[in-house]
Design a protein around this ligand. Structure first.
Ligand SMILES: [Zn+2]
Length: 209
């Protein structure tokens, strides 16, 4: 067993998903933008909380239900305070929560979300000496395919990435059949060290320095 470097790429969303819905004022389907503000309606017996979206064109608001008539005892003071102060991180969590969208029967669009990349170099035990491993970390759902990610980050055409996959130089550990799949948290991309693809390896190694 050899001691090998492992790389970690964390994808962090730089903007929030939009919701497509029919705007009653514009009389057409428009983009609704996440305002990152919550609306709260609270009395002694129940609390309602919404996340406010605004039509891109006319600024009409649509409230996406987060909680409906829940008992105050079922919501911690800590979380309630976060809603009150429009906590950005909490707004982001709900903005990427797909079950909230389905409960609200809302059409969410993830394709316009851009992702920033945080790179880390990890120390890891690995059996194969001639291999590099890139672990993907994404805490939020993402509409991006592996070959596109590699092509964007390494600055290599998708055709070349596909060619490398065909030769077995680049592959996903749990599904070697394709690179044309959506990125998932914890996914591991393996790259075999080979002289033919030295520029790819250098790009991976140099980026993480
Ligand atoms: Zn509108």
């Amino acid at each position: 067993m050899s001691y090998l470097k492992k790389y970690q790429w964390e994808l962090v969303p730089e903007n929030l998903p939009i919701v497509k819905r029919s705007c009653p004022k514009c009389n057409e389907k428009t983009n609704y933008i996440n305002s990152e503000k919550f609306r709260i309606n609270a009395n002694k017996n129940s609390i309602d909380i919404w996340l406010i979206y605004k039509c891109e064109k006319c600024k009409s608001t649509w409230n996406m239900t987060i909680f409906e008539r829940i008992k105050p005892c079922n919501l911690s003071k800590h979380e309630y305070d976060k809603f009150l102060s429009n906590d950005t991180e909490l707004a982001r969590e709900y903005a990427f929560n797909s079950s909230i969208y389905s409960r609200n029967k809302a059409e969410v669009i993830l394709e316009h979300v851009n992702y920033g990349l945080i790179q880390r170099k990890l120390e890891a035990y690995h059996i194969k000496e001639n291999e590099l491993v890139i672990e993907l970390v994404c805490k939020y759902p993402i509409e991006l395919r592996v070959d596109k990610l590699l092509s964007d980050i390494l600055g290599i055409s998708r055709t070349k990435i596909k060619g490398m996959h065909k030769k077995g130089v680049v592959f996903i550990e749990d599904d070697k059949s394709s690179l044309n799949m959506k990125i998932r948290d914890g996914m591991e991309i393996h790259v075999l060290k080979s002289v033919d693809h030295i520029e790819v390896l250098e790009a991976i190694v140099c980026m993480s320095l």
